[in-house]
Design a protein. Structure first.
Length: 257
C-alpha cells in the first residue's frame, strides 16, 4: 500500500472522492503553490491569534450567557472533515481527515442530529418537498431557524455569526483557515457525490465566497459552484477580499432578518 493509499484509508471515511490518484494530483497542484499556502498560514495564524486576544472578553461573556440561558456546556464540539498538508520536505501529501470543530452551543444540550441529517440528505438529493417541510417556511440554506432545538440566545448567536468565534482556535491549530469552504459534517461528506466531494479540495475556512456573495440566501448547488471557484482561483488577494467582505455580509444578513 502506497503512502497516498494509506492517507486515503487512514481516516476511515467512506467518500466518493478522492482516490489515491486524485490525492496525487491535488498534492502536486498545491505543492506548486507552496509559497501561497505558507503566506496564507502566516496570515491565518497571526489574525486568529490577535482576534482571540481582542475578542476574549466578549467570548467569555457569551460563554456565561449561554450557560445561563440553558443547561449544558458553552462550547459545542463536532467532528468535521477537512483537507490538511501532512509531512515535510519531499515527503508531503495533502489528505482528507476528521478534526474537532468548536462552536458556541446554540441548541439545547444533547440535541438529536437526525433532523439536520435528514435535511442535508434532502438538499443533496434535490428533494425540495422535504426541504420546505423541514424549513417550516424559512428560505435560508442549511439554516433551520425555526428548529425547536435552537435556544433563545442561540438564535441571536447564529444570526450574528457569533457562534462561529471559537473556530478561531481551529484556525490557530491549523485545522482550518480564515477563508475556505465550510467543513462538512462526517455524515454530510459521506452523502456527497464525486463532484460535491471536490468542494473539500481546499483547507476549510470560517468564511468563503458563497457567504459573502449571498450568505445563506442561495441554493446548495450555487454553494458548490462558489466553493469550486474559490479552490480554482485561490490567492492571497482573494482571501483578503473575502475577509474584507465578510463583516458586510454578516450585517446584511442581520438586516434582512
Amino acid at each position: 500500500m502506497t503512502q497516498l493509499q494509506e492517507a486515503r484509508t487512514s481516516s476511515g471515511l467512506n467518500l466518493a472522492w478522492p482516490t489515491s490518484e486524485d490525492l496525487l494530483l491535488l498534492t502536486r497542484r498545491n505543492e506548486r503553490r507552496r509559497l501561497y499556502f505558507a503566506c496564507k498560514r502566516v496570515l491565518d495564524f497571526s489574525m486568529a491569534a490577535v482576534l482571540l486576544v481582542v475578542l476574549s472578553p466578549l467570548m467569555l461573556l457569551l460563554a456565561i450567557l449561554i450557560m445561563l440561558d440553558s443547561p449544558g456546556p458553552a462550547i459545542f464540539r463536532q467532528p468535521r472533515v477537512g483537507l490538511r498538508r501532512r509531512g515535510n520536505g519531499r515527503d508531503v501529501t495533502w489528505e482528507l481527515g476528521t478534526f474537532t470543530l468548536y462552536k458556541f452551543r446554540s441548541m439545547v444540550n444533547g440535541a438529536d442530529p437526525t433532523v439536520h441529517r435528514n435535511f442535508t440528505q434532502a438538499l443533496l438529493r434535490g428533494d425540495q418537498a422535504t426541504v420546505e417541510e423541514l424549513l417550516a417556511g424559512e428560505t435560508e440554506l442549511k439554516k433551520m431557524t425555526n428548529d425547536a432545538r435552537i435556544t433563545r440566545l442561540g438564535r441571536f448567536l447564529r444570526k450574528a455569526s457569533l457562534d462561529e468565534l471559537p473556530q478561531l482556535w481551529n484556525v490557530l491549530r491549523g485545522d482550518m483557515g480564515l477563508v475556505g469552504p465550510r467543513p462538512p459534517t462526517v455524515y454530510e461528506a459521506e452523502m456527497y457525490d464525486r463532484r460535491q466531494c471536490q468542494r473539500m479540495g481546499a483547507v476549510p475556512g470560517m468564511t468563503g465566497l458563497w457567504q459573502t456573495n449571498g450568505r445563506c440566501h442561495t441554493t446548495y448547488e450555487r454553494m458548490i459552484e462558489e466553493d469550486l471557484e474559490y479552490i480554482e482561483n485561490q490567492s492571497l488577494w482573494l482571501d483578503v477580499k473575502v475577509l474584507a467582505m465578510t463583516p458586510v455580509a454578516v450585517l446584511r444578513a442581520r438586516g434582512a432578518g
